[in-house]
Each structure stands twice: as structure tokens, then as C-alpha cells.
Design a protein around this ligand. Structure first.
Ligand code: RIB
Ligand code: CA
Length: 318
């Protein structure tokens, strides 16, 4: 049976690869995308998501637009560090053709609440963006936390930050929302932090192989990931030259191939106050806090397995 999921995104290049993987993998049934303020303003996230789905022949998957700003803060905490990742034709639009597809009339938070109220079989929620929509659903529907069978989050970092030395972007961009989500008591939470995504680097050689698949998804993935490599080389070089993490796609990939991640049951909380540490995921790797574990935290990932999964998934002629 195909595994149903909803993907919460701020599309962006790595989100775009995640959307394609979720929409094309034969083991997955992407029943909707929700968008949220993050990498870029939410309207561009929505437009990019629609473009990518149309480009790969999956335009029937509904896209619901969500929150335009963080829950508790008056505006986005600039700078938007990933703006350059978004594409080369327009600073915020991905380099795939425009689409006639339009977002759904129902907003993301309402879609999430209604879908989980009506669900008769498990629907995994995969959040690869700031957690504003998820926190809003929690605030509006006290039963939401019980209705979501599994939540997968790309975010946070234990040894690595990417916006500050202490914090990763998705958590830092709406720390109050993230703190609510980790404290909510979801039944099963898998956290895919930078510690895992930076182990699963994709190289220029992989991009050549992806482009050679000759499919819309293969070529687009090569383009998006190639652009990420250029940005990382310029601003945040990886240990291995000319490579990049493709964070969000790893979180989706682990749904179909859990062995891509090595996880540990740990307690995770989010710092919302510290001047130097705001947005940090405090991951209690040594059980110092006395709190019971609330997450499966991935601290390692299988790089070769991840690259292989992308190549196999994007090879199929849609
Ligand atoms: O830190 C990585 C995360 O931030 C990813 O979800 C990426 O899309 C960016 O938003
Ligand atoms: Ca993202």
C-alpha cells in the first residue's frame, strides 16, 4: 500500500526536490502540499510548488497556502539566508516554466485540521519548513496532536547550525512555533537535523547522472541541486568540495527507506529566549535533563543510499 503524506514546504530548491520525490515515488501518495513563509515569502513558495508539480505531471496534487509570517513575531527575522537558492530567473522563483495551476481556496491550516479530522487511514505529516502552520493547527484544534500518527520534521542541528552557530533555519525562523510543536506530545516524531542532512551530500557527479536520466524530474533536480552546490561553494563550503545537502528530500526519502537514517530516541526542546542561541534545538544526547524522549533524532545518514534513491525515483518517465 502506498504511504499517504502531506508535505509542508517553503519551496526553495531542496523543498522542490522533496516535492518531486514525494510526488513521484511509487511507494508514496502525496495527498497535498501546504506552504508557509520561510526560504522566501509564502506566495512564491506556493507558486514554486505549483510549478514543480506541473512540470513533473503531478498537477492534480492540491497546494494550500499557509501562514505568511511567524506565529509570535511581527515579521520574518531577516536576512533570508536561502534567497540565492531559489533560482536564477527571479530571485524567488525556481527555474521551471510558469504554470496555469492555482492554489486551493482552502488555506493550509484549515486543510490540515480538516484532513486529519476526516482521515480514515494514516497520513504522515512531513514538515520541511518553519513550523508555523503546524503550530497554528495545534492552537486551533486541541485534537490535532492526537490525530497525526507520525510527524517528520526537517530542522534543527546538534553539532551544526546554518543561520547562526547555534541554530538551523527552519527552527530559527519561527522558534515559538517550533517550541510548541516539540512540546505538544505528538505520538511519533522523527527529527532530521543538519547532522543527518550534512552526511548525505549530493555532488556535481550526481547532478550529471540526474540530468542524464532525461526526465523532467531528473533534469530539474540536477538544475536545482547544481545551483545549491554553487551557492554552498560560495558561502558555506562543505567538507567535501562541490557538494550540497538536499535537506528536505532526505526527510522524504527516509519515509520509503528508513535505513537511510540512523536515529536515537531523545528529548528535544527549542530555545526561544537566548540572545546567542535563539532557535536552537536542545537535543539531550546524554539524558541530562530528565525529560522522557519525544523524538527519534537522526544523527547520521547514508549518503550513497540517498543519491541512489534520487536517481531511481527520478528515472521513471512520468
Ligand atoms: O536548514 C535547512 C532548511 O532551511 C531546509 O528546509 C531548507 O529548505 C531551508 O529552508
Ligand atoms: Ca525547506
Amino acid at each position: 500500500m502506498r504511504r499517504k503524506l502531506i508535505l509542508d514546504v517553503d519551496t526553495g530548491t531542496d523543498d522542490a526536490v522533496a516535492v518531486m520525490l514525494a510526488a513521484l515515488h511509487p511507494g508514496l501518495d502525496l495527498i497535498g502540499c501546504t506552504t508557509v513563509n520561510g526560504n522566501i515569502p509564502v506566495g512564491f513558495c506556493t507558486e514554486n510548488t505549483l510549478r514543480v508539480l506541473d512540470h513533473i505531471g503531478r498537477g492534480t496534487i492540491p497546494v494550500h497556502e499557509g501562514l505568511a509570517r511567524p506565529l509570535a513575531r511581527p515579521d520574518f527575522p531577516v536576512p533570508r539566508h536561502e534567497r540565492d537558492h531559489a533560482g536564477r530567473y527571479h530571485p524567488d522563483l525556481l527555474p521551471v516554466p510558469p504554470t496555469a495551476l492555482r492554489k486551493q481556496a482552502t488555506g493550509a491550516v484549515e486543510f490540515l485540521i480538516e484532513t486529519y479530522r476526516a482521515a480514515t487511514e494514516p497520513v504522515t505529516l512531513v514538515a520541511v519548513a518553519p513550523l508555523s502552520n503546524i503550530a497554528a493547527a495545534l492552537a486551533l484544534d486541541p485534537t490535532f496532536v492526537e490525530r497525526v500518527p507520525e510527524l517528520v520534521i526537517m530542522g534543527g542541528g546538534h553539532e551544526i547550525g546554518n543561520v547562526t552557530p547555534a541554530a538551523e533555519f527552519n527552527i530559527w525562523a519561527d522558534p515559538e512555533a517550533a517550541a510548541m510543536v516539540f512540546a505538544a506530545g505528538f505520538r511519533r516524531v522523527t527529527l532530521v537535523p543538519l547532522d543527518a542532512t550534512h552526511r548525505a551530500l549530493i555532488s556535481r557527479e550526481h547532478c550529471t547522472l540526474l540530468a542524464a536520466l532525461g526526465t523532467p524530474a531528473g533534469r530539474a533536480a540536477a538544475d536545482f541541486i547544481g545551483h545549491r552546490i554553487a551557492v554552498h561553494d560560495a558561502h558555506q563550503p562543505q567538507g567535501v568540495p562541490h557538494t550540497t545537502p538536499v535537506h528536505d528530500a532526505l526527510a522524504v526519502g527516509a519515509l520509503v527507506e528508513p535505513a537511510l537514517l540512523t536515529t536515537h530516541r531523545l528529548h528535544v526542546a527549542v530555545e526561544t529566549q537566548g540572545a546567542l542561541t535563539i532557535g536552537r534545538t536542545v537535543i539531550d544526547t546524554h539524558f541530562r535533563g530528565g525529560q522522557p524522549p519525544n523524538c527519534e533524532v537522526a544523527l547520521h545518514a547514508d549518503a550513497a543510499g540517498f543519491a541512489d534513491l534520487l536517481l531511481r525515483s527520478f528515472a521513471a518517465k512520468a
